[in-house]
Each structure stands twice: as C-alpha cells, then as structure tokens.
Ligand binder design. Structure first.
Ligand SMILES: [Zn+2]
Length: 702
C-alpha cells in the first residue's frame, strides 16, 4: 500500500516484566524500531514510539511466590531494570508505560464493557482445580502431582520437567495444590471467550489487503491460522494478579482479564498516557482514531498472530456498529525472525543469554547497535557472536568510521586553527566517487521498507569512501607543496564528518552526537533534530562553509576490543554449552555455578549466628515472616520468604545464619536488615540453616 500518511505510530512488543531483556529481544524488536523512528524524526516526520512493560500473568506470580515477595515487587524490579537498559542503549521511546497503571486498567476494562455490551463474548462453564484452603482456583502451574508417564512425583500441572511430557493438571496422579499441599477439588467456574471465528472473513480481507507490503513470514503465520479456521479464546482467568473483569455481579467475582487480551491494549493506554503527559489529553486520537496515521507494530515472530489476528479482531469488535471513535488497524507488522547467540537459541530458563543491561556494563551501546543492526534477523534467523562483534567494532567502526573522523578533525584543528579553510565546492563533493543521489535513494528505500541491514551496509559504504578519500589525498604531505589542495581536502573531509553525523544518527546516536559536538555546535544533535535545525536532507550536500569553527576537541570514538575483553564471555559460553549438552544427553542438570569471585570477595560477606527472639506474619504477604534477631548485643529485623514453610512461633529460639552486612531494604513497607540462609528441599519447602554447637554468637569462620 503506497498511501500517504501524515503521521506514524510505532509500537514495540511489551517485554514481560518477569526477567531482563536480552540481546535477542533487542535485535528483533527494539533496535529496528528505534532505528526506524530516528530515521523518520530526522526527516521531520510526525512519529512517536510507544512501548512499556507487560506486567500481568501467572509466571509473575510464580516468581513472586518463589522469592517470597509480591507480584508488584517483581514487576517493579523488571520494569525499572529494562527501562534503564533501553535508555542506556539509546532506545528513544516517546513513552514507556506499564500495564499495571490505572490508565491501562481503565482502557482494558472499557474495551471489555464495550464488547460485552454488544453480546459478542461467549460465556462457558468449565471445571477447574480449586484449592479448598486458600480458596483459589489453581492455574496449571499451581498444581503438582505424579507424572502419569515417568512417575516423577513432582510433575507440574502443565509439564513434567523430568520426562518433558506436556500435561494437563487433570492427568496428574495424586494432584496437590502448590499453595497449600492440599488435594484440590474440581469446581465449576465460568469464563468469557472471545469468538475470533466471528471475525474470520473481516480478518481475511484485512490480511489480503496487505499481500504486497507485509513480510512473507508474517503472511505465512497468519494464513496458517486463517486456514485452520479461527475459534474462540478465553479472555478471563481465575487468578488474583491482573485487571478485574469489570462487572458488578457474582459471576465476575475473582476473575481477571487474560493477559493476551489486556497486554495488546497497552499500546492504546500508553499512547493516552503520553498525550496526558504532554497536556494534550485528546492527542492520542490523532494516532489511533485518525485514518491518516500509520500504525506499525514491531514484534518478534512468536507474536505474529496476536498482532495480525487477535488485536485487530478486538479493535473490529470495538468498531462494530459504531460510527465514531473507530480504531485504525495496523498498516504493517514487521516481525523479525530470531537472532541466536553463538549458534544456539537464547534461553532464559537455561540462562543461555546475554542480558542487555549486563552487556552495556562492559561495552558501549553504539558498538552493540551496529553489530546487531548488521545481523538484523529480517527474513531468516541470524547469529550474534563475540568474534563478529569484535571484528566489526575494530575493523569497521574503529578503523574506518572512527579513524576518518579523528584524522579529519585533528588535522583541521592542528593545521587550520580548527576552522574550515575554504568553501567545499559541489565539484569536490562530487569527486568522491559516490553517486550521492542514488546512494540516498537506496538508503531511504531501505529504511522505509524495513531493510535495516541494507541501510547500515550502505551507510558504512559512505564512511569507507570518505576514509579512502582522505587516505589517498594525503593532506599531511600535500600541505607542504600545495596548501590550497590540502585546504580543499579538509573542507570536504569536515563536511563529510557532518554528513556522517547525520546519516549515522539512526544507528549510532551516541556517536553521531559526539561527532556533531566536535564539529563545534553548542546544542546536541538530538536537540538540533528536534528543533528542525538539522534534517536528513542536510546530509546530501556540503553544509558547513568557510570559517566554520570546530570545537577544538576530538577523541577516540570507538575503543578497540581486545581478545582479553571477550575471553571471559567465551569461557562463560563454553561452560553454559557444556551444561546444556550434559542435560541433553540425560546426564542431569549442570550445576551452573555463578561466576568466580575472589577470596577477598568471600571474606567481605559478614556471616553471623543470630537467635530468633520474635517472629510474626507480614500483613497481606503470604510468603513473608518478620523476624527479630539477636546478634551479640544488637537486634536486627529481617524479612524472610519462609511463611509457607514455618509457622511464626515455631522458629523462635532457633540459631540461624545471618548475612549481616547486606544493605538495608524496605519490603512491603517493612525494614529488612540482612538475610538469613535456608536450604530448598525437593518439595519446594525451605529449611533454615541452623548453627549447631556451643558458644554460638561468635563469628563464623570463613
Ligand atoms: Zn514425567
């Protein structure tokens, strides 16, 4: 579809706030979206990038139970962690929201009410396991029992970890509730279903309207679903963590919206929150309800049908029978394939991943952005490897782009007093061996059609031509015999620096800003683009005239990556792969030890024996006990996630091991001054580590 839009809304898949984002997520979704958005900002387009955390669902409650904290604590942690990593990576969201926000509750509930009011939902009665003690329906993961296949007594309700069989909770022998260890009862419960089939024809028409502009993988996944015929999908669940079904009746009590229905609506909620923050609370409608806006969802391939069938069907259900406030459907859904890591799939459960935040602790964002863009998994899976990262950083970024910029700036600073010695003529500009018009046409087409690898490759070609030109012109030699020629070389070179700052901005925003600063501008490149002082068009011809003063400063843009820098990463992979292979061969789980620490690090941990003097439950926290501990002459208050394993009164008098020099933190409004040690049993129960012997309260020997 080649229609013209006046504005663009870009959304990125909401990362699930139950773990840190890794490089695979960055490669498939966030980096391509950011590159696209930055390119369009440079062109002066009205474009916004909306993202946020997906904060509901059972896996989050399981993490919370495991750690003895609340689901809110879990999502707070990962929302903060992921947003911080994105920010450091230069992913420039216009707004990054959370599905636990009040505004989002309202959006999701309004959608439910609108569709429910049209009698589109189907209600069905089903029988599910119910825990009679905690009075809760149990999600599959909350039921445990004996595997009917291998007789593993600790199989989960959805899968047996030992033999890998997928199970339903009712197949388990002797099922038990993980919450109370009681035998669960089958109870009838009512759920709302969304009838996707009702929208089959409308969805088919929608999808066939995009045969020419959607990617093959997107069309293929979607068509496979359409061919099978769409059926209904449950949109409610009996769990306590989520958005309550907004009906004031007995039927709806204790039920929340299923996360697949709630999460995609986050795009809308967050756009509204963005508009509110700008003090233009109705502005969001220009993006969602004005057909002149182009909506683009950047996602990974595992999310395709949610964005090409389910979300559009929800919007169709809203639009049905209405004449106002109609929502637009996505114009494109550029779904990526996966990026693997050293030849294997990223796996969070096996800890086989490089997490974005940890990566950025060690290496600069732009070198990562470049390597990943060069390996963008556009139409087939790609691979990230440390050696490729090292080679591209050293050979392409440092030796080509960085080298050219540094030589141009330094030579002008030293030999021409830091100012451009003459005008750069169109003739010189054209003598570079680059067909500027054609290059920019190709580059623009590549960006517009989401071919990011091609765009980065073309951009690097400009840098290569510039670097070759400077090397071949040898101004450092020519200066002695023909100062005018050397001056012309530097006028062209500095103008090329300016062009490179602009064309690299979408991919290397930090570097582009630094180059722009070296060129002597007061405002940052980000600010200049925002205010319209710099645009994409300005990269196409010489922009800096005779006498333009540089800042007088330069610096190394890219530090080379030495073998020793990546050696620990390669060792870590070797260890992880050995562990995975052991497991694949059935040799049992690898121990998966944490990275080595020094003896001194160990001595820094102050372990003490402490006596429990008082203990009580923490209000509204099923897992937490509040302990008062006596350590020598001091008392300490510690919160511990052991309430499922111990009655408060049963641990008074026990001598436990306290990590005494841990930073204090507040959990659920209560101060916790340290941690105590416990051992996890096969049944998931925690057993406190107790000090034996006489004369306790002394120091523990480390
Ligand atoms: Zn089994």
């Amino acid at each position: 579809m080649n229609r013209q839009f006046t504005r663009t809304l870009v959304t990125t898949a909401l990362p699930y706030a139950n773990g840190p984002v890794h490089l695979g997520h960055l490669a498939g979704v966030y980096l391509p979206a950011d590159i696209y958005v930055r390119f369009n900002r440079l062109r002066g387009k009205d474009i916004i990038h909306i993202g946020g955390s997906d904060e509901h669902g059972v896996p989050i409650t399981i993490t919370a139970d495991k750690e003895g904290i609340s689901p809110q604590d879990v999502v707070d942690r990962y929302h903060t962690l992921n947003l911080d990593a994105f920010t450091r990576c230069g992913i420039s969201f216009d707004y990054y929201g959370r599905t636990s926000s009040k505004g989002h509750f309202k959006t999701a509930q309004t959608f439910f009410q609108e569709i429910n009011g049209k009698d589109i939902f189907i209600k069905k009665k089903e029988r599910h396991f119910f825990d009679p003690e905690t009075k809760r329906f149990l999600s599959d993961r909350y039921v445990t029992g004996t595997c009917p296949i291998c007789k593993n007594p600790e199989a989960n309700g959805d899968q047996c970890e030992q033999c890998g069989t997928h199970l339903s909770p009712r197949e388990l022998i002797d099922p038990r509730s993980k919450l109370s260890e009681r035998v669960p009862e089958l109870r009838e419960t009512l759920h709302w279903y969304f009838p996707l089939g009702r929208f089959q024809e409308r969805l088919e028409n929608y999808v066939s309207g995009h045969e020419d502009d959607w990617r093959h993988n997107v069309l293929n996944y979607t068509r496979t679903w359409l061919k099978q015929g769409l059926s209904e999908r449950a949109i409610t669940r009996d769990i306590h963590w989520g958005i309550p079904v907004p009906l004031d009746n007995e039927e709806a009590k204790g039920k929340v919206l299923y996360v697949w229905f709630d999460a995609v609506l986050g795009y809308i909620s967050f756009t509204r929150e963005w508009a509110e923050k700008k003090c233009e609370p109705e502005l969001w409608r220009e993006y969602w309800q004005n057909p002149d806006c182009r909506v683009i969802h950047f996602i990974g391939k595992d999310n395709v049908v949610f964005h090409t069938l389910m979300f559009p069907a929800i919007l169709m259900a809203w639009n049905e029978g209405r004449s106002d406030s109609l929502y637009s459907l996505a114009d494109n859904v550029p779904a990526s394939e996966f990026m693997n890591f050293e030849g294997r799939k990223f796996s969070k459960s096996r800890n086989y991943a490089v997490y974005l935040g940890e990566f950025l602790d060690r290496f600069p964002a732009d070198t990562l952005r470049y390597t990943i863009a060069m390996n963008y998994p556009e139409n087939k899976d790609s691979d990230f490897s440390w050696s490729d990262f090292q080679n591209r950083t050293n050979g392409e970024l440092a030796d080509t782009l960085g080298n050219f910029i540094k030589r141009s700036i330094d030579f002008t600073n030293v030999k021409f007093n830091g100012s451009i010695p003459c005008e750069c003529s169109e003739e010189d500009w054209g003598s570079l061996g680059i067909d500027w018009k054609k290059s920019f046409e190709k580059l623009e087409k590549a960006y517009e059609e989401f071919h990011f690898r091609e765009a980065v490759t073309l951009t690097m070609q400009i840098a290569r031509s510039a670097n070759r030109y400077l090397t071949d012109s040898e101004p450092w030699k020519v200066l002695k015999t023909d100062p005018d020629a050397a001056a012309r070389t530097m006028a062209l070179s500095v103008n090329l620096c300016y062009t490179l700052a602009i064309v690299w901005y979408p991919v290397l925003p930090h570097t582009a800003n630094r180059i722009y600063e070296m060129l002597g501008f007061r405002e940052t490149l980000d600010e200049a683009i925002k205010s319209g002082n710099v645009s994409w068009e300005m990269a196409k011809s010489p922009g800096l005239g005779k006498g333009h003063r540089l800042s007088g400063q330069s610096g190394i843009l890219f530090r080379k990556i030495e073998d020793k820098d990546i050696a620990p990463e390669l060792e870590k992979i070797e260890r992880l792969v050995a562990g995975i292979e052991r497991k694949e061969k059935g040799l049992g789980e690898s121990m998966n030890f944490k990275p080595e620490i020094s003896f001194d690090d160990f001595l820094d941990v102050d372990l003490r024996v402490a006596t429990v003097t008082a203990c009580e439950k923490v209000k509204k926290a099923d897992k937490l006990l509040k302990l008062q501990l006596k350590v020598g002459s001091e008392t300490r208050q510690v919160l511990a996630g052991i309430a499922q394993s111990y009655a408060p009164e049963s641990i008074i008098g026990k001598n436990v091991i306290l990590v005494a020099n841990l930073a204090e933190r507040t959990i659920r409004g209560e101060l916790s001054q340290g941690m105590i040690l416990a051992v996890e049993g096969n049944d998931g129960r925690l057993n406190l580590v107790e000090a034996q012997g006489s004369g306790i309260n002394g120091k523990i020997v480390q």
